[in-house]
Design a binder for this molecule. Structure first.
Ligand SMILES: NC(=O)c1ccc[n+]([C@@H]2O[C@H](COP(=O)([O-])OP(=O)(O)OC[C@H]3O[C@@H](n4cnc5c(N)ncnc54)[C@H](OP(=O)(O)O)[C@@H]3O)[C@@H](O)[C@H]2O)c1
Length: 271
């Protein structure tokens, strides 16, 4: 039997990946999250052991470790899905607090979990998978800056960890998903509307840009596609360093243009 720990197991992407993984057979999943109702629902699945895991709390990570340790001495993989998104300006409102909070969950959460469970992964000759995003490598869209900052940091963290742990033959892999309809993306609509209501500087700009900025969120990609990539990352003898999935075509096209041309295009749209 192989053992894997997930953070963010209660999220829409995490749950879908866990469902597909246990269907394969041969895996026991420690499913971490904070939402107790969703944890209980995960506990209904075969070979899934739900556990409370708040990635912002050392105490919670330690408790989760003790639970996992009571079942197994080794892990074959750790998968980090825990993440939040706040759509906010970089200069208005409570942006400092919001950015700190997002960095704490999206980046430091990963650092805490991987550090705590590292020895079990080493003993299991396992691997680590970190969920980044297409936002982790694309030039930021306006007003998506804070989330992009966290995912760029995830990329740097992941690649640094890979180049450290390669000396111990522990693969470290990043997932770079495009857009999937989940609770996280649903929240972006609400944040967008709140930003329009509360901004002092960008009301007209945000209102004009909204259809374009949310176009990507309308794409209804099947999360099973992500699950298949994750399963490759977990089972391939020699996993890739990164797995892109459902990358947004429009955003990808913008990446091919010079930065200043894209800046001008954004300005032209709101003029
Ligand atoms: N959806 C997309 O389009 C998309 C695209 C690219 C990358 N991603 C990334 O994919 C990952 C999963 O996102 P999702 O779309 O599935 O979002 P989601 O449905 O909102 O799930 C988010 C998950 O993060 C967990 N989480 C939040 N704060 C936490 C904390 N302090 N401690 C532990 N867990 C915490 C939530 O657990 P609880 O609710 O139980 O606390 C939940 O399991 C995120 O890292 C996200 O950045 C998503």
């Amino acid at each position: 039997m192989k053992y894997v720990l997930f953070s963010g197991a209660t999220g829409d992407l995490g749950r879908c990946c866990i469902e597909e993984l246990v269907k394969l057979g041969g895996w026991t999943v420690f499913a971490g999250g904070t939402n107790q109702a969703k944890l209980a629902a995960l506990g209904e699945l075969d070979n899934v052991i739900p556990l409370t895991l708040d990635v912002t709390s050392d105490e919670s990570v330690d408790k989760a470790y003790e639970t996992v340790r009571s079942h197994t001495y080794k892990l074959d993989a750790v998968v980090n899905f825990a993440g939040i998104h706040t759509f906010t300006s970089m200069v208005e409102g409570d942006c400092v607090k919001e950015i700190e909070k997002m960095l704490n969950v999206n980046v430091m959460g990963m650092v805490r979990v991987n550090k705590r469970f590292f020895e079990m992964v080493r003993i299991g000759r396992g691997r680590i998978v970190n969920c980044s995003s297409e936002s982790g490598w694309m030039t930021p869209q306006p007003f998506n800056g804070p989330y992009t900052m966290t995912k760029y940091a995830v990329e740097a963290y992941n690649d640094s960890l890979r180049r450290e742990l390669m000396f111990l033959n522990i693969p470290v892999v990043k997932l770079q998903p495009g857009s999937f309809k989940t609770q996280l993306t649903e929240k972006i609509y609400r944040d967008f509307d709140r930003a329009i209501e509360t901004t002092n500087y960008f009301r007209k700009i945000l209102t004009t840009m909204k259809p374009m900025m949310t176009m990507e969120l309308e794409l209804d990609h099947d999360p099973k596609k992500l699950a298949r990539k994750l399963i490759s990352a977990l089972t391939a003898k020699h996993p890739r360093t990164k797995y892109k999935v459902c990358t947004g075509k429009l955003l990808m096209t913008l990446e091919l243009l010079p930065d200043k041309a894209v800046d001008l295009a954004y300005k032209a749209i709101v003029r």
